[in-house]
Design a binder for this molecule. Structure first.
Ligand SMILES: [Zn+2]
Ligand SMILES: [Zn+2]
Length: 156
């Protein structure tokens, strides 16, 4: 999905996908789609279950995620601690993943993104991407330093 940015684009693309697959456009699917489009960041299957009204089952939410992935409208992330999703048309960014606490932070590395945006691939059109940077977050670095700098009371 290269030019998907507006909510209406997602709705249109998803409805076209359902038609192509000869699947029904149910009120439930429409409600879940609206809920998903309202997420301005990563979300989990639990987020969809918690926030969709009227209530939906886990199986229904899972089915919806599968359909949206097949329609190429979502990116699925396999992080060390969780599985998260985000809309495929969000601005390109990288993910900093702390290997100590598991915290995930989105970063817009302009230089890297510019490189990727202008990069030409042979017989391939880049639509979306997932970049993971593994390391230590500042909170964990501070905590570790505090631990190592702690006076050793056993010594005196
Ligand atoms: Zn951390
Ligand atoms: Zn992200």
């Amino acid at each position: 999905m290269s030019k998907i940015a507006q909510k209406e684009d997602y709705v249109l693309a998803f409805n076209q996908f359902l038609e192509k697959k000869q699947l029904r456009k149910t009120a439930e699917r429409a409600a879940m789609l609206q809920r998903i489009l309202a997420f301005d960041k990563h979300f989990t299957i639990e987020d969809i279950i918690t926030h969709t009204k009227p209530a939906i089952s886990r199986a229904t939410a899972y089915n919806m995620l599968t359909l949206m992935l097949q329609a190429r409208l979502l990116v699925k992330h396999h992080f060390p601690d969780t599985i998260e999703y985000e809309l495929a048309g969000r601005p390109r960014h990288s993910h900093q993943i702390c290997t100590t606490c598991g915290k995930i932070k989105e970063v817009r590395d302009t230089q890297l993104i510019t490189t990727l945006n202008t990069r030409k691939y042979t017989a391939f059109n880049l639509s979306h991407l997932a970049i993971y940077l593994y390391g230590e977050c500042s909170t964990c670095a501070r905590r570790r330093k505090k631990l190592t700098n702690k006076p050793d009371y056993n010594e005196s």
